[in-house]
Design a protein around this ligand. Sequence first.
Ligand code: SF4
Ligand code: SF4
Length: 470
Amino acid sequence: MIPFEKGQDEFANDIREYAGINFNTCLHCKSCTNGCPFLEGMDYAPNAVIRLVQLGQEEAALNSSTIWVCVGCNTCSSCCPMAIDIPAVMDGLRKKALEKKIKVPEPDILNFHTQVLNTIKKYGRNHKLEIMMRYKLKKMDFLSDMGLGLKMLKKRKLDLTPSKIQDKSAIEKLFRKKNSSRKNNSRSKRLQFTFFPGCSLKASGHENTLSLLKFCELVNIELTELEDWNCCGSSSAHSIDLDLAEKLPMRNISLAPKGVSLLIACPSCFVRMKSMYLKLKSDKQLRQKYEDLWGKSFDETLEIIPFFEIFNRIDIKDHIERPKEKLKQLKVAPYYGCMLAMPPDLRFEKSYAGVLEKTLGALGADVICFGYGTRCCGTYLSVAKPRVAQKVVNEIIFKAMEAGAECMVTACAMCHLNLEIRCSLENPIPILHFSELLSMALGEADRKKWFPRHIVNPVPLLKKRGLISS
Ligand code: SF4
Ligand code: SF4
């Protein structure tokens, strides 16, 4: 038995307060550990980190690589029988480690997050090319991934110039340090939404945005881009600056016009923004902080919805004749990544499990189940721990190919990018965006703008299947 020493309780209490959750109900059943796709890159298993905190083993917990390798994919928390928000514990531990200036055991991961936040500070949105250049410069590593970088530039996955917000002073205000006050956590009717694309769709996944806008136009949905939106903070703000992780999504919420639902295209931005919205709804102190920052009251009536919600509001059959013939038995493996694995505070939100299968099946695709459709793609480990990400990505794509898929489809631009750039299998299958397949089913495909941006060219397959003409 490990004896308790003075201060041990204090450490566990601090982490409990930072994370805003109680992890003492942990049964140590190891379900989290068994589900974690990145266990290989960790020194302690996720449940062992929780044990370290419970036992007040501050030094071991704060020096652990696990708290940095954890990407917050929520695979663990979605299968935890006690609904423990394990990524929130990791967030709290990273915050404590940074406050105590503990040497980060995964400097590449910290370097990556720092470069992401630096570009958000400059432009309000992240800029992948600058992030990569500065990341490499700091590492003094210019050769690894050079070929991949050139390929991404050629495919216009890396924009030379950054996309910027207009009100730079609003973002500068967010980066100014103060003591954190965080305590806890048509034929159918034309639909109108405010549209939040997120940085990935705006840059590397531009073909995702273009095809999504096309699809919405075809099904009589009007999207108005949220004016001057900023990056939601992504994993990087959560990893190294919890105060910013609150303020960046808060600003976006404050910009949303009243009376119009906010549609978020990127699943990961959706999780960040919806979580923040629910926290604002339930936390008076946080609401006060919001009102002080933006000088307006919080709109409790704002509805924030993910792209998948569209399929509950329209009937695709209203817009398409003989839908069953449209995707011509294309053998497609749907890939959700970790987007269905919600953190516990979103556990009671609507589940969209099965929406890809149901929609693609209704459009005549041959949907392939391959058992790896909800495996996390590795998110930023693709940059900071490419070998770990590559292994996961290869496994996912290999399983889809083995099950007979001739292509995969993603609903997240970040997953799409990772599956494309980190796959080292020979002759991998193409990866399509859900929005591209939807638009194609409705008879529209911009071959010149969408498909040249793919690393694995989908055109030969789509031509062979008669989905696009030559
Ligand atoms: S799944 Fe939940 S209860 Fe089980 S070990 Fe992990 S944190 Fe604890
Ligand atoms: S959030 Fe994902 S990476 Fe982090 S411990 Fe859970 S399963 Fe592993």
